[in-house]
Design a protein around this ligand. Structure first.
Ligand code: NAD
Length: 288
């Protein structure tokens, strides 16, 4: 199957490489020439990249870019009942509008935002949160199974994004909790390595703690031990937490911890930390 993957960044590139390994014929597209150069098969334009692809996967930073790309492709007269698999994290309302536009043009649409980071993308062990019509989801299954090990269907288009907003609210709140606890541990004189090892096997264990330990040293592969290179950029964490706040406001559910996490990460991203891994927010929490 020919697959076009648009957005070859931290997540999109390893997803494309994983699909290649699994036998898919992958052509990539990215605004940045250096990102395009990372994939063996290249195209001269977005439209060319999608021209012969049965499935188009989008892995872009925000909703505006996803709309721009899909509107450009629809306007270019994409024919033949393609499948659009939208894997970026964007808002539910925009996802529903895009699903409707794509389906009206005769194609299938599935929203399938992911969890698991670039390491999960490389290993094909992502978790997908899926929304869309049954027949489109069935069509997407070979791709989802090639890239992920956990695929959870939540309902119609937009439901995957709703699940992702709730999921990432846990990640944002957890990240602040982990940072605060490591700051306190250091302040009271505990060795971060020992504290990390304790938490790993104890009740405080979490994916965030294991993979995004905010202190340089204890987890050698974590962004903190590598100059806080993302990973998951703080600007994207701030965006996801704002999406969760939009969901909270539209549903009437109070989420005070989520609101505080959204505020803290937005402030951090806007004061120069946006391109760093989100765990770099530790620098604003640890005093001294
Ligand atoms: P990224 O910024 O590393 O990569 C995005 C890529 O999209 C960049 O290479 C950029 O040049 C390209 N791009 C931007 N606008 C474009 C356009 N109009 N046309 C073509 N290419 C364009 O972002 P990422 O970390 O890979 O995240 C992508 C999405 O996945 C985001 O929505 C993010 O929230 C979500 N996500 C990221 C992670 C993670 O750990 N990084 C985990 C889960 C979900």
């Amino acid at each position: 199957m020919r697959v076009c993957l648009i957005g070859l960044g931290t997540m999109g590139l390893p997803m494309a490489l994983r699909l290649e390994e699994q036998g898919f014929d992958v052509v990539g597209w990215d605004l940045m020439p250096e990102a395009r150069a990372r994939l063996a098969r290249r195209a001269p334009s977005l439209e060319d990249a999608a021209a012969d692809a049965e499935a188009v996967i989008t892995m872009l930073p925000e909703g505006a870019q996803v709309s721009e790309v899909l509107e450009t492709l629809l306007a270019s007269g994409l024919t033949g009942g393609r499948l659009v698999l939208e894997c970026s994290t964007i808002d539910v309302a925009r996802t529903r509008q895009l699903a409707s536009a794509v389906e009206t043009a005769g194609h299938g649409f599935v929203d399938a935002p992911v969890s698991g980071g670039s390491e999960g993308a490389r290993a094909g062990s992502l978790s997908f949160m899926v929304g869309g019509r049954r027949e489109s989801v069935e069509r997407a299954m070979p791709l989802l199974n090639a890239m992920g090990s956990k695929i959870t269907e939540f309902g119609s288009a937009g439901a995957g994004q709703a699940a992702k907003a709730c999921h990432n609210m846990i990640c944002g709140i957890t990240a602040l909790g982990v940072c605060e606890a490591f700051a306190l541990a250091e302040a009271v004189g505990l060795a971060p390595e020992k504290f990390f090892q304790l938490c790993q096997g104890a009740a405080a264990q979490s994916w965030i703690l294991e993979n995004r330990c905010p202190v340089p040293g204890p987890a050698p592969a974590a962004p903190a031990s590598n100059g806080y290179a993302p990973g998951f950029a703080a600007r994207l964490m701030a965006k996801d937490l704002r999406l969760a706040q939009e969901a909270a406001q539209s549903s009437g559910q109070e989420t005070p911890f989520g609101a505080e996490a959204a505020r803290r990460f937005t402030e951090f991203a806007e004061s120069g930390g946006g391109q760093l891994d989100f765990s770099a927010i530790y620098r604003t929490i640890r005093k001294g």
